[in-house]
Design a protein around this ligand. Structure first.
Ligand code: ADP
Ligand code: MG
Length: 236
């Protein structure tokens, strides 16, 4: 379980997070939704220790990790797939996957085989440079690189960005399956509220750095006011 309590982050005069609190349960998907600039990326970067908050705490299975170095947080099992995917275009698929296993104790050969079984297209393209992959394949590579170290928590920042609707639907199905099979705690940051709410169990909505909703995904999806004002979902 990941919890944040009263988290505040500022960049100079910009207050990116304002007293954010919520919990993400083990074995479930928590969608973090909100418009561009709402503070979603800042939230994930604070959880993985890349940003130290002005106040508030991050807990992982009851342990406070707010001031732990980011490498230690990663070693505890928190994997972060950043906005823009962060794969290295000049490295092959396999080299990118190996990077994900570097700081962990996993057997690399076994880890690679597991990821190729999960994402067969990565196995087919293992010797290709990541630059040659499609957007959907790059997202799989970014996820494979995070998953190779057997994390407990998966932080996904806008995985559907720039992907076609069919590719997005397939990706969301994969995220749901991974969460269930590996009992992961998934934080799914998305501007694409519709896709995220289809697979999420729980949803937190941010608006200029503050939580405006924290409820079951189905309840958020059914809330006309949230849909209209914060999620950019037009009524059919
Ligand atoms: N490194 C930074 N320096 C200054 N301002 C930042 C930085 N990162 C984010 N911000 C600001 O913090 C706010 C939240 O940004 P961000 O967390 O990226 O939002 P989102 O991911 O929801 O689009 C925005 O106003 C953004 O301009
Ligand atoms: Mg962002």
């Amino acid at each position: 379980m990941i919890g944040v309590q009263n988290l505040s982050v500022s960049f100079g005069a910009v207050q990116a997070l304002r007293g954010v609190s919520f919990q993400a349960q083990t074995g479930s998907i928590t969608a973090v939704l909100g418009a561009n600039g709402a503070g979603k990326t800042t939230l994930l970067r604070t959880i993985s220790g890349l940003i130290k908050p002005a106040s508030g705490d991050v807990t992982f299975d009851e342990k406070t990790i707010t001031n732990e170095p980011t490498e230690d947080i990663a070693r505890m099992g928190v994997a972060h797939v950043p906005e823009g995917r962060g794969v290295i275009a000049e490295f092959t698929v396999e080299e990118n996957l190996r990077l994900g296993a570097l700081a962990s104790k996993v057997n690399i050969a076994e880890g690679l085989e597991r990821q190729y079984a999960q994402f067969p297209v990565l196995g087919q393209r293992r010797k290709q440079f990541a630059a040659t992959l499609s957007g959907g394949e790059r997202q799989m590579l970014a996820m494979g690189r995070a998953l190779i170290a057997n994390p407990k928590v998966l932080l996904l920042d806008e995985p559907s960005l720039g992907l076609a609707p069919l590719v997005t639907a397939e990706l969301m199905g994969t995220i749901k399956q991974l969460c269930a099979e590996q009992s992961l705690t998934v934080l799914l940051v998305e501007q694409n509220a519709k896709s995220a709410l289809r697979i999420a169990d729980h949803a937190v909505v941010l608006h200029v750095g503050a939580v405006v909703a924290d409820d079951a995904a189905a309840a958020v999806a059914a809330d006309t006011r949230l849909r209209q004002y914060y999620l950019g979902l037009n009524e059919q």
